[in-house]
Each structure stands twice: as C-alpha cells, then as structure tokens.
Design a protein around this ligand. Structure first.
Ligand code: SF4
Length: 272
C-alpha cells in the first residue's frame, strides 16, 4: 500500500469523498464504483483471489497489512493536524465505547433488527424443501416449453429477491447500531452537529434502505409462494414495525443526502 499515492488519490476529483460511508457495500450492484476510492483500493489490494478467501491465510495476512498501514497513516495525519494520539486515554474511551454499545444493543429498534436476522434464517431453513420443490417445478415447466409462462424469469426473480434479503439481513442491525452509537456521540456536542449532517442519520438511512428493499423482496417472494402467505406476512409486519421505529428515532434520516448516491447529478452522474 503506497501511502503517498493514497493521499494523492484522496484529493482526486474523480472520487466522491465519503461515498462509501453511507452505501450498502454491495459493490457488485453499485453504479458508482468508478467514483469510489474505497472500491479502487480494495480491488487493487485484494486482486489476488487467495486474498479474497476468508479461509486462506493470505487473506488474513493482507488484512493485517492493510490495517497496520491504515493505523500508520492515521498517526501521520494526526501529527500533521497537531493531534497527539498518545494523549488520548485509550482505556477510558474503550470503556465508554463498550458502554455505548451496550445501550445501543438494548434499543427496541436494534433488538427488533436482531430478531429480524434470526427470522430470516428460520424462514430459509424451513423453506429449504419448498425452494427445492420450486426449482424442480420450474425445470419441469421449462422442459415442457408451455406457452405464456416464463420459468427462467420466475427463477431469476426468486434468486434476486433471495439475494437482496440475504444481503441486508444483518446489515440493517449493523447500521442501526452505528446510528444509535453515533446519536450518543452527537449528543455530547449538539451545537457542533447543528452545522453538519449527522452521521447517525446517514447510518439510519442505510438501515432504512435495507428495510425498504427487504420488504419489496419479501413481497415478491409472496407472489411465488402463496402457500407461505401467513409466514411471509408475519415477516413483513415485523419489518414494517421496525421501519416505523427507525423513522421515529431518526426523523431526519430519510432526508439525509448520501454523497454521490443521493445526488449523482451534482457529480455529473446519472441516477444512482
Ligand atoms: S460506494 Fe459503491 S463501490 Fe464504493 S464501497 Fe459502496 S457499494 Fe462499493
């Protein structure tokens, strides 16, 4: 990792500053990879397929290397800004972090998001046979080449809805945790945060986007599995209640502008 090059790239207008802070990390589906420095660096650093495999030692070696370079870079930046990192009481701030984490974990919305993650696993475990039966049914329909039906399209729709649900399954919780912890941090200096968009709102927005997309995906599955109506409605009701809780806790979240993703035209891009 060439630290000087990174510093230079960070000032390159090609990249949208902070874009990766409020995205959903689904780079394969991101329309702005070419504007994201984080994406470029990850692709470069983890170009070797072995470094992308969590089971492989090279992945952990690479991760350690990147982390240690990042820490060094942070120290350099702090020094340039005249901040003495050694003066920070690490034990105290770690204790405070843990405390805030505990408080966040017990928020009703966070508990509900955690419960949702489990509900998803329970449904997929239970629906395993159902999904296999659906696969057999669609293969049979494709073989018969029946008119006016589209088994390939149906299979693609189920796969896509499933991928969306799985992608956001835990992210909703993770982003909500960050939102609530951020809210605590911001409460320490409300005057300062009056001037800036709040990180907690940005994180809550990402969580809300995950909830919205998951609701739409579950609704699509309802169409494919009418025999699961009651189970799927139960999940949808849970997500809807969660959405309302998050909106109540973070009333400004929906209007938070995520750099690049919510205002692509300001960066000369089409709709993100
Ligand atoms: S902004 Fe897009 S490319 Fe960058 S990390 Fe997020 S999803 Fe990936």
């Amino acid at each position: 990792m060439d630290r000087n090059r990174i510093k230079k790239l960070a000032g390159d207008p090609r990249f949208i500053s902070g874009i990766h802070n409020y995205c959903d990390r689904w780079c394969e589906r991101c329309p702005l990879t070419h504007r994201c420095l984080n994406y470029l660096l990850s692709e470069e650093e983890f170009a070797d397929p072995e470094t992308r495999d969590l089971e492989n030692e090279k992945f952990w070696e690479k991760l350690g290397e990147v982390l240690s370079d990042t820490v060094e870079m942070l120290h350099e930046m702090a020094e340039e800004a005249g901040i003495d990192l050694d003066a920070v009481d690490a034990t105290e701030s770690l204790k405070e972090r843990k405390n805030r984490r505990k408080i966040a974990e017990n928020r009703p919305a966070v508990r509900s998001a955690r419960a949702y993650g489990k509900m998803v696993n329970q449904w997929f475990d239970m629906a395993n046979i159902l999904l296999k039966e659906k696969e057999t049914e669609l293969l049979e329909k494709a073989r018969l080449e029946l008119p006016n039906i589209d088994p390939a399209g149906e299979a693609a729709d189920i796969t896509d809805a499933t991928e969306i649900i799985r992608w956001y399954q835990y992210q909703i919780y993770v982003k909500l945790m960050r939102a609530f912890q951020g809210k605590e941090d911001e409460a320490e200096d409300p005057e300062f945060w009056k001037e800036f968009p709040k990180d907690s709102d940005g994180s809550a927005k990402v969580s809300l986007i995950g909830i919205d997309r998951s609701i739409a995906a579950w609704d699509r599955l309802r169409g494919h599995f009418p025999e699961q109506e009651s189970e799927l409605l139960n999940i949808l009701r849970h997500l809807d209640r969660l959405r309302k809780k998050v909106e109540k806790e973070f009333p400004e979240a929906r209007s938070f502008i995520r750099p690049g993703l919510d205002n692509p035209e300001e960066y000369g891009e089409g709709e993100a």
